[in-house]
Design a protein around this ligand. Structure first.
Ligand code: GZL
Length: 329
């Protein structure tokens, strides 16, 4: 008897599973063609980037009506350009790009236009002579992120009674030519110009990676006896810089004020531990925003806003503990 039930049970399970998966597929298809989206991502260089990728992969699913073709360009523009050409060959419905740097896109965007495929930019921006080559852009306000970090530093130095002191600042820059690097660096340089007692003693790219950030910080610590502030243009370079500062026998967050950008969960942990003083947020959750734009276009609603900024805040050791449980990345 047991054997027969066993076999019948297996058949039942198999058919339920088939229905379930069938049901899932039908939710995806429900008679409607999936929207084919080609997404050329910068790479996987940072925690922020991983969260940004996850935001797209978890949004552009068959259940949500999409077929996503995802390419990790490993921080190389030539790989992104090749991906865009492949998307055109595959006749996707939309192309989404997070451009690794701002220049060098005119030709391939013209090819997308010739193929009548709309291009949506996410995260970083492109410098183009013809802005109509892309439909719209979703991302963070990098200049404002820098200005907010500078305003925080100004207030913090006043709170410490150090606002009249000569302050030596080093700038760990992101990938040179990336919008995030351009905006954050400009925010700092504006702050330096407004504070005669602030001195920008070194600027060097750490390519937004932890290993390069550590390497650059090591060389800066050898070069300068007095570094008061590290202005690090993303969290992963900051984590590397903290390792270098500790190895040099200094206390990050105390001997050297640490300002970072992105504000991923680990940055909050480091603020609570006292190693980071301030984290300026750069929100990576662009997937739902781009989904909304495409769904509107599919229903005949045209794009009205060329640039769509995500909301971002500034956090420090006073609020990190309370805010951490609310963080999504
Ligand atoms: C910012 C994004 C930057 C992040 C880095 O929008 O382009 O690239 O700040 C990432 O972490 O590498």
């Amino acid at each position: 008897m047991k054997k027969i039930l066993g076999f019948a049970g297996a058949v039942l399970m198999a058919s339920l599973a088939f229905m379930g998966c069938n049901e899932k597929k039908s939710a995806a298809n429900s008679g409607k063609k999936l929207i084919k989206v080609g997404y050329a991502q910068v790479g996987a260089e940072s925690d922020w980037r991983l969260a940004n990728t996850e935001s797209f992969k978890s949004t552009f699913t068959p259940e949500n009506g999409y077929e996503l073709i995802f390419v990790d360009a490993q921080q190389k523009q030539e790989n992104q350009i090749k991906a865009i050409r492949d998307f055109i060959q595959q006749e996707v419905d939309y192309i989404v790009v997070a451009p690794v740097v701002e220049t060098g896109w005119e030709t391939v965007l013209q090819e997308a236009r010739n193929a009548s495929i709309p291009v949506i930019l996410s995260d970083r921006e492109m410098k183009l002579s013809d802005e109509s080559l892309y439909l719209c852009w979703v991302g963070g306000n990098f200049l404002k992120e820098g200005q907010d970090a500078v305003a925080w530093l100004d207030a913090y130095l006043k709170k410490l009674g150090r606002d009249g002191e000569d302050i030596n600042i080093v700038d760990l820059q992101g990938t040179i030519g990336a919008s995030a690097q351009i905006g954050r660096t400009q925010g700092l340089e504006e702050g330096i110009a407004a504070h005669p007692n602030w001195h920008l003693i070194a600027q060097q790219t750490g390519e937004f990676t932890q290993s390069k950030g550590q390497e650059v910080m090591e060389s800066m610590l050898k070069q300068f006896d007095k570094i008061d502030v590290v202005y690090s243009e993303n969290d992963n370079m900051t984590f590397g810089a903290i390792d270098a500062i500790k190895a040099a026998g200094k206390v990050p967050g105390k001997d050297i004020i640490i300002i970072t950008f992105d504000a991923v969960k680990e940055a909050f942990n480091r603020m609570i531990a006292g190693e980071i003083n301030c984290a300026a947020e750069c929100n990576p959750l662009h997937g739902p925003r781009v989904d909304e734009i495409i769904k509107n276009l599919e229903s005949g609603t045209s794009v009205t806003q060329k640039k769509q900024y995500v909301t971002e805040g500034v956090f420090d050791q006073d609020n990190a503990q309370a805010v951490l449980p609310t963080r999504q990345y």
